[in-house]
Write a protein that binds this ligand. Structure first.
Ligand code: APR
Length: 244
């Protein structure tokens, strides 16, 4: 199977479409990816920057990095690929979206039933266990690392850090949707390198669900049986792919 024509035919026939996205979905809104050529991890290891151990051992460095990402996100708007997804969700009546992204752009585009596998940058919590959780505010970056307004302890972004479990129940629901509910899976902008999230498309294929992948670069998924790889950028491909 190949090409845009086959993919469009599958999408128009699908009654239970599941969408799975990665950092590449936000790239055309100006958010850098992690592993692409402009990737964020290029000069530091993920473990060093985005792990609980890293946050405890050098909180200023980690918060400086996250602060840059928070600030980079201010004013970032969802591109037309997100709008195309939201329009498709309205037409389908239901279209769950499972994302690895923590930037909230799917919701900003009006998408509902969004499963955030890796948490969200919208809130921060107290790492020292006093139970505080609140919206992230840019003012928190004035003094690094930001401290808990309740107890003065260290604050953490409410994203899943390397070495941490994913939010209870979310990954299980994502696998259930892929393996037991969906009749088609649309994968956009993921390198397919971080597990267990990367297992979701393989779960769909195991269940006999066809997969459409939108990515300018091939991944481990692209030449698998049952996958239509549509080479291209999300903002460029999705409007034509999903349009009526
Ligand atoms: N449109 C679609 N795909 C794109 C675009 C674009 N405009 N630009 C880049 N891509 C693709 C890249 O080719 C790559 O395959 O998006 C993918 C981005 O891969 P990663 O940066 O590894 O992002 P992701 O797969 O989401 O990483 C998974 O790793 O670091 C952790 O928690 C972090 O959620 C993240 C997880």
């Amino acid at each position: 199977m190949n090409g845009l024509k086959d993919a469009r035919a599958l999408l128009s026939r699908s009654e239970r479409l599941l969408v799975f996205t990665g950092a590449g979905m936000s790239s055309d809104s100006g958010m850098t990816t992690f592993r692409g050529k402009d990737g964020l991890w290029r000069n530091r290891t993920a473990e060093e920057l985005s792990s609980l151990a890293g946050l405890r051992s050098h909180p200023e460095l980690v918060w400086e990095w996250y602060g840059k990402r928070f600030v980079a996100q201010e004013g970032v708007k969802p591109h037309q690929g997100y709008t195309a997804l939201a329009d498709m969700q309205r037409r389908k009546g239901r279209m769950p979206v499972v994302t690895q992204n923590v930037d909230g752009l799917h919701q900003a585009a009006g998408l509902t039933e969004v499963y955030e596998l890796h948490g969200s940058m919208a809130t921060v919590s107290c790492l020292d266990g006093c139970g505080f959780r609140g919206p992230f505010r840019r003012g928190m970056l004035e003094t690094l690392p930001p401290t808990c307004p309740e107890c003065g302890g260290l604050l953490r972004p409410d994203v899943v850090l390397f070495g941490e479990p994913l939010p209870e129940g979310v990954i299980q629901e994502a696998f259930r949707l892929a393996g037991q509910w969906a009749d088609l899976l649309l994968v956009v902008g993921t390198s397919m390198l971080v597990w267990p999230a990367a297992g979701i498309p393989w779960e769909a294929l195991r269940a006999g669900v066809e997969v459409i992948e939108v990515n300018p670069e091939p991944t481990a998924l692209s030449d698998a049986t049952g996958v239509i790889w549509v080479p291209g950028r999300a903002a460029e491909v999705l409007p034509g792919l999903l349009g009526t």
